[in-house]
Structures are given as structure tokens and as C-alpha cells.
Write a protein that binds this ligand. Structure first.
Ligand code: SF4
Ligand code: SF4
Length: 372
């Protein structure tokens, strides 16, 4: 989108919010951001009044999408706050400093050090694990790939970055160019289907992957034979935290639940689930500029878990939620114990996650050479 189109899209969204938002408060109730700054109409009014501080406010919205789901007027505050971010970037107003670590993380993910295209002959489908899973659980990622290879003929693996950090920071021109190059590279190599493990990658490929089919690995596992994996739930009660990028993805939500119950876990649903799930606090890179605000979502989710073990299919959610309540990755419960051993805590985007990704790349490169 060029600068004029971006400005007119922001204008349309701002006009809709300004004229139709009744300030009913439905979106404010479970949103730490709106609780602090007021309903979307109040924020839009601040912009109309020329309050320059309000522009940067949008970087405190986690872009979780809950407001658009609950709004009785059918408004899209998420789109409004993303458009505000893009406008801020296009006007040169983004302060990059707090996001340097995140953008380095993105750049390294695309570098020859960590990226890899392992495409066997006849490969049309690839496993795209993203950055979070390999960065926290390299052995589990490898075990998952080996399992998927038994279910999907000629399955390849692509280690690369989906560029979601730049997307959410409003770096639209950068995102458009880099993601399109990634999409073209995949299409030119004959790939037509992406199997994703990360909710952010899933969302980006679904929204922008034109011509690429996308399915989560949880759907493939649930539909396939998970023989060889232990049924070790023993009736233990767990609750599922649905990651907000997949709030509209019922098939993957059902697959996650099916995998847990098939493994012997007893599911206790939380009040906010599926379409109405709540952000874990990681969304929109809010924690990079306002960790206290991000922590409010984390605490809210932790309180709702009520002491039960939470299970998420997103390594970012797991790392965040563990700060307020015990949370594990779905793979930690499904995989044989030795493959799940590397379930690593630690900060996302830290240097040790890069080392783990490098370790995974070395392993898969060696395995693919041995298979030739
Ligand atoms: S997208 Fe999420 S964080 Fe942003 S305003 Fe809506 S509910 Fe709040
Ligand atoms: S739910 Fe809709 S109408 Fe109500 S305050 Fe939020 S944006 Fe405004």
C-alpha cells in the first residue's frame, strides 16, 4: 500500500470509529490497553484534537483482535490501531530503539546462518516451524518433523522468518517486499502447501500467501496416525489457551483439543476461548515498550486458568504465560519424554534461542545429506 492509500485507509477507519463507536465498553472489559487509554472513540478523538502523544499509543495495542469480535457495531479497532502504526512509520515517527532486539531476531532468521530450504525431489509441501519452536525446542521440532515425514510424502522443511515482527510494527513497505520475496521463492520451487506450527506464521501465510495453502501441523497430526507417541495424560485436567492470531481458526482449535483428549488429558474449557480468547501479553510487541501493560494481559489469563495447567500451541504464549501460571507447549505433552526434554524457558529473542536454531539447522542439514 502506498502512503496515500495508507493515509486514506486510516482516515476511513478513524471516521468509522469516531462516528459509530458508542463507547459501550464491551471491548474495554478484557483489554489492558483500552482499560488504560479509554474506548477506541476516545483515542480517535485525541487524534482529532491533534494530541501527538496519541499516535504512539497504537504501539501499546497488542493487535489481538478481540475488540473486533465483541463490538456490537461491527467496528474494527484492531485495523484502526494497525493503520495508526503504519501511519506513524510512514511519517518517520517510529522510535526503533526499543525494538532493535526484535528486528535483529527477524534479520537473523532470514540470514544464511539460520535459514535453510530442505526440499527433497517431488516436494510440494513444507514444514515451516517459524522461529519460536526451534528457538525454544529444537529437539522437539526435529521429532515433530520426523513424525510429519511419515504422514506427508516428500515433505520438505523450510527454516526462515515470516516477517511478522515488521508487519505488526507497521513497517509495511519492508514487510511487503520481504514477504513477497519469500512467497515467490517458495512458489518458484514448486511449493504449494505450508504446514505451520506457529500461530503468527499461520496468520501471515493465510493473509498474504496468495496461492499457498496453509494448514497447521496440529490438524495434520490429529488427522493422521500418531502411533508411537505415548498416551500419558492419565486424566490430568488441563485448559487450552487459544493463541489470538488463530481466534477464527476453528479446525486448528479442534485439532489441539483432539490431540490432548486422545492423549488421555481431561479438558476443562476456560471462559475466554476460541474466537473470544484473550491475548497472553506477547502480541504487538507491546512488552518491548511497556512490559507492565503486557503483564496485565498475562495476569488476566493466569487468573482465569484458576491454577489448572495451561496448554498452548504457541511457544511465545507459553513463555509469556509461564510468568503468571504453569503453562506448557502442546508438544511437551505429546512427544516421547526424551524429545520433549529441551522444553526451554528463557526469554524469547535471546541469543540462546539463536544458538538452538543453529543447532537444529545443523542437525537437519546433516540428516538430509545422509538421506541422499
Ligand atoms: S486489538 Fe486487542 S489489544 Fe488492541 S484494542 Fe483490540 S482488544 Fe485491545
Ligand atoms: S465495543 Fe465497539 S462500540 Fe463498544 S466501545 Fe468498543 S469499539 Fe466502541
Amino acid at each position: 500500500m502506498n502512503h496515500e492509500m495508507e493515509a486514506s485507509s486510516l482516515h476511513l477507519l478513524r471516521t468509522a470509529i469516531g462516528s459509530q463507536c458508542t463507547e459501550c465498553g464491551a471491548c474495554v472489559r478484557y483489554c489492558a490497553f483500552l482499560r488504560r487509554y479509554g474506548p477506541p472513540k476516545a483515542i480517535a478523538a485525541g487524534l482529532e484534537a491533534g494530541d501527538p502523544g496519541r499516535m504512539g499509543t497504537a504501539f501499546r495495542c497488542s493487535l489481538c483482535g478481540l475488540c473486533a469480535v465483541v463490538c456490537p457495531e461491527g467496528l474494527d479497532p484492531t485495523g484502526f490501531f494497525l493503520a495508526l502504526r503504519r501511519h506513524q512509520v510512514a511519517s518517520g515517527g517510529l522510535t526503533v530503539r526499543p525494538y532493535r532486539g526484535l528486528l535483529t531476531h527477524e534479520r537473523l532468521g532470514r540470514s544464511s546462518l539460520l535459514s535453510w530450504y530442505g526440499l527433497p525431489p517431488g516436494c510440494k509441501t513444507v514444514f515451516f516451524p517459524g522461529c519460536g519452536l526451534p528457538g525454544s525446542r529444537p529437539r522437539a521440532t526435529l521429532a515433530l518433523f520426523e513424525h510429519l515425514r511419515r504422514l506427508v510424502p516428500n515433505l520438505g522443511m523450510v527454516l526462515d522468518c515470516c516477517i511478522k515482527p515488521s508487519h505488526d510494527l507497521g513497517r509495511e513497505t519492508h514487510f511487503d517486499a520481504v514477504f513477497e520475496a519469500l512467497r515467490t521463492r517458495l512458489k518458484e520451487r514448486g511449493i504449494n502447501t505450508m504446514l505451520t506450527a506457529c500461530p503468527n506464521c499461520t496468520k501471515v501465510f493465510r493473509w498474504y500467501g496468495k496461492g499457498l495453502a496453509v494448514q497447521t501441523v496440529w490438524e495434520v497430526l490429529h488427522a493422521g496416525d500418531v502411533g508411537g507417541w505415548e498416551r500419558r495424560g492419565g486424566g490430568v485436567e488441563v485448559s487450552v489457551h487459544d493463541p489470538c492470531p488463530l481466534r477464527d481458526d476453528q479446525p486448528s482449535q479442534e485439532a489441539v483439543r483432539g490431540l490432548l483428549t486422545d492423549s488421555g488429558y481431561a479438558l476443562v474449557e476456560m471462559h475466554h476461548r476460541g474466537r473470544r480468547t484473550i491475548c497472553c501479553g506477547e502480541g504487538g510487541a507491546v512488552a518491548h515498550i511497556d512490559p507492565d501493560l503486557a503483564g496485565e494481559w498475562t495476569l488476566l489469563r493466569g487468573r482465569e486458568a484458576g491454577g489448572r495447567l495451561l496448554v498452548a500451541s504457541c511457544s511465545g504464549c507459553v513463555a509469556m504465560l509461564n510468568r503468571s501460571t504453569p503453562t506448557v507447549h502442546l508438544l511437551d505433552l505429546l512427544l516421547p519424554a526424551e524429545a520433549a526434554l529441551d522444553k526451554a524457558a528463557g526469554r524469547p529473542f535471546a541469543a540462546n534461542t539463536w544458538w538452538r536454531r543453529f543447532f537444529l539447522k545443523r542437525k537437519v542439514v546433516r540428516l538430509s545429506q545422509e538421506r541422499r
